[in-house]
Design a binder for this molecule. Structure first.
Ligand code: CA2
Length: 149
């Protein structure tokens, strides 16, 4: 099933600023670099990646709703919405897809407000604190999960 399986890689608010500000927390990789790395890994894994970013909660919800019929799995870094959005959590539940949550930074080493994610409770797995490499590990994990199905 992993061959040609389609994965939606979703990025939430402010992730378009990656590599531009706060390199001590998020590194110097830009979102474009991250997309290229994901596309390269997807090709090796036999996955198709649809890589998107939005600063708008409703747009992320709509994309997750569409994923139910258009994709086989989701990698999501919902940024700050991870800590606040029940709407994104609900959309992820409704998708009925395998979900890997990614955070570039280790949210548990940061301010208490970042320690809880609504998405973790509904994700198949969670990767955090491993920098941009976490996205590649998430694709590896989804390829395995989809292969089993
Ligand atoms: O560590 C992560 O991946 C986060 O999801 C990133 C979010 C943050 O709100 C989460 O708590 C953890 C923020 C993304 C903001 O990205 C920036 C990139 C460069 C400069 C400033 C912000």
């Amino acid at each position: 099933m992993a061959n040609d399986a389609s994965v939606l890689v979703l990025n939430g608010p402010n992730l378009n600023m990656l590599g531009v500000r706060e390199p001590h927390i998020y590194g110097s990789t830009t979102l474009d670099d991250l997309e290229s790395a994901c596309q390269e890994r997807a090709e090796q894994l036999g996955l198709i990646v649809d890589f998107r970013q939005s600063n708008h909660e409703g747009e992320l919800v709509s994309w997750i709703q569409q994923a139910r019929t258009e994709h086989d799995g989701i990698v999501i870094n919902a940024g700050a919405y991870s800590h606040t959005s029940v709407a994104i959590m609900d959309a992820l539940i409704l998708s009925e897809l395998p979900i890997v949550e990614v955070h570039i930074s280790n949210i548990y080493k940061r301010e208490p407000i970042r320690h809880h994610s609504h998405i973790s409770a509904v994700a198949t797995g969670v990767i955090c604190g491993l920098g941009p490499h976490g996205y590649l590990l998430a694709l590896d994990a989804l390829a395995q999960i989809l292969d089993r199905d």
